[in-house]
Design a protein around this ligand. Structure first.
Ligand code: F6P
Length: 354
């Protein structure tokens, strides 16, 4: 059995741990298995760039951040666009899948990767997906690998900001990744003891946020921590189309700077903005993600062994299982506005700006 492996989209801690779990399972359990590493995600499949992997490729990488295979972003909407010779990227991928002699393709990636994986599967390729992303927004799985490591990193950022905010009596806004999902901000905000948590799923009133900060200042707490998701938006912005919102923000890509200026003026406090950015995706996976990734990778090996294709690995109620790619592709798992974590935050006085 010849199996291709690719990692696609934004990287995250745990990719190599999944590759290792899969490789070790495959060499241990599947007769005459050949593993083919595809370079830079779907980019390598489009270009036909791959190499045979040996047993030694799968050792010593459990704790390694990033991906040994390389990755790239290949927008789903461009997959079926034809070039001047009427050939699409999808055509090239299907052609190279055959040329590489693959019996199965393993795709480690986020929401976009899963959409392309579902398309390849519908076009006759044998695909097994694995849910990767610090955003934790893949439908049908309790958690994605990489998420908890990013929570740990973002939490540490907030912890460190806490001490300097307290020393100076400042309001610090920490902008956290997560794209359109607020999971990372919600978890890091709760874990880091943020006073305000702002999520894309709950448009905020700047006035309410400033009031929450002023209330703390009035009660003698000179500093405040605002954990704000990169996708957070004001109530007013939430009514705008994407382009309109971008125009209204001018040079600011996110809502963070404008909110910092607003709080400074209305609550009469000193504010600072901190953007940890890609640090949240870097470095070694946490112990939790090492275990999850190993379980996900080895389970994908079992699926390949059994010839179970057109699926993606998932954790459902604490058990590793799978979902049909066709059922989860294109759906996003966002933070429900009344989930237990959100209600817990509000119940202890954390302001959500609503
Ligand atoms: O999907 C992971 C993620 O880190 C998001 O949280 C973020 O919005 C995006 O990727 C950043 O993308 P890039 O690495 O292309 O700058």
């Amino acid at each position: 059995m010849r199996i291709g492996i690719l990692t696609s989209g934004g990287d995250c801690p745990g990719l190599n741990a999944v590759i290792r779990g899969f490789g070790k399972y495959a060499f241990e359990n599947i007769k005459n298995v050949e593993l083919i590493g595809i370079a830079d995600g779907y980019g390598g499949l489009i270009r036909g760039e791959c190499r045979e992997m040996r047993k030694s490729d799968f050792t010593g990488i459990l704790t390694l951040g990033g991906t040994i295979l390389g990755t790239s972003r290949q927008p789903f909407k461009l997959m079926t666009v034809e070039d001047e010779n009427s050939v699409s990227r999808l055509d090239l991928m299907k052609r190279n899948y055959k040329k590489m002699g693959l019996d199965c393709l393993l795709t480690l990636g986020g929401a976009g990767t899963h959409k392309t994986a579902a398309l390849l599967s519908a076009e006759g390729c044998n695909v097994i997906g694995l849910p990767k992303t610090i955003d934790n927004d893949i439908w049908g799985t309790d958690v994605t690998f990489g998420f908890h490591t990013a929570v740990d990193i973002a939490t540490e950022c907030i912890d460190r900001i806490h001490t300097t905010a307290a020393s100076h009596g400042r309001t610090m806004l920490v902008e956290i990744m997560g794209n359109k999902a607020g999971w990372l901000t919600l978890y890091a905000g709760l874990a880091g003891g943020a006073d305000v948590i702002l999520l894309p799923e709950i448009p905020f009133s700047p006035e309410k946020v400033a009031k929450a900060v002023a209330k703390r200042a009035d009660s003698g707490k000179a500093f405040s921590i605002v954990a704000i998701a990169e996708g957070a938006m004001t109530v007013e912005e939430s009514k705008m189309k994407k382009k309109e919102r971008a125009a209204a923000r001018g040079n600011d890509v996110t809502a963070t700077n404008a909110l910092a200026r607003y709080i400074a003026e209305k609550a009469d406090v000193e504010t600072r903005v901190v953007i940890p950015g890609h640090i949240q995706r870097g470095g070694s996976p946490s112990a939790y993600d090492r275990v999850l990734s190993t379980m996900f990778g080895s389970y994908a090996g079992k699926l390949a062994e059994q010839g179970k294709f057109g699926v993606t690995v998932a954790l459902v109620n604490g058990k590793v299982t799978y979902n049909a790619l066709s059922e989860i592709a294109g759906k996003a798992k966002l933070v429900p506005t009344d989930c237990q974590e959100v209600l817990t935050a509000e119940s202890i006085g954390i302001a959500l700006g609503r």
